[in-house]
Design a protein around this ligand. Structure first.
Ligand code: DX5
Ligand code: ZN
Length: 221
């Protein structure tokens, strides 16, 4: 089976103790740190921006996986690169020039991702595959943590896996991921799982290591 990466979303962390929370998920075995940036325009919620990411960047050496739910996005890419993002993901629905955004991310020396909302078909990335390091499949409508998983997205994941073929593009899933749906996600072809509530408020709530490993074990079968 393929190696599964777990990316806890700090959107579900205690913001009053954000630094400690980042250190805690690092120690608990998080592979990537998923940062959800929301602008109150592309999505109906506001979270945090590049300055917050830059403040927590020194606390861990793990990959910073920055999910930009903002529009327009191009003018902010440089700020997130400077803040210490390793992977920068933009939404296919966030503007008319996805190809340009992806080129800009790679020109900044970062890995480039595209996220697809639940209603967006996989064909949205068909003509940008060569510019992609990651595709992020939303399994909730973006904007909030703690929503329930949309199983309707499983066939999309499987079709993306076939479309990607031998290319080195990760398939990440975000929204309502738990130990209960991780196996189905991995079977469909996902290799990177974002989890907010399931890590920070999981079954054994304060046991971040236990929560992360439960999702990983379920996904790896
Ligand atoms: C939703 C965000 C997700 C969210 C996941 O817009 O992109 O990363 O924080 O949280 P859970 O795992 O609670 O659905
Ligand atoms: Zn996210």
């Amino acid at each position: 089976t393929r190696d599964i990466l777990i990316a806890p979303s700090i959107l579900a962390a205690d913001f009053a103790r954000l630094g400690e929370e980042v250190a805690a998920i690092d120690a608990a075995g998080a592979d990537w740190i998923h940062c959800d940036v929301m602008d109150g325009h592309f999505v109906p919620n506001i979270s945090f921006g590049a300055d917050v990411i830059s403040s927590i960047r020194p606390l861990t050496r793990k990959v910073f996986d920055v999910h930009l739910m903002i529009a327009p996005v191009d003018r902010y890419l440089d700020a997130f690169a400077k803040a210490g993002a390793d992977v920068i993901t933009v939404h296919a629905e966030a503007g008319p020039h996805l190809d340009r955004s992806l080129q800009a991310i790679r020109a900044l020396g970062k890995k480039a991702g595209v996220s697809l909302c639940p209603s967006t078909p996989e064909s949205a990335i068909e003509h940008v595959l060569d510019r992609l390091d990651l595709v992020l499949v939303m399994t909730v409508n973006p904007g909030f943590g703690g929503q329930s998983f949309l199983a309707s997205q499983l066939p999309k994941i499987a079709r993306l896996r076939a479309m990607i073929g031998e290319r080195k593009i990760r398939i990440e899933v975000d929204g309502g991921v738990t130990r209960d749906n991780a196996a189905a996600l991995a079977a469909a072809g996902a290799d990177t799982l974002v989890a907010g509530s399931a890590v920070f408020r999981g079954e054994s709530s304060a046991d971040y290591a236990g929560n992360i490993s439960a999702i990983r074990m379920a996904a790896q079968g």
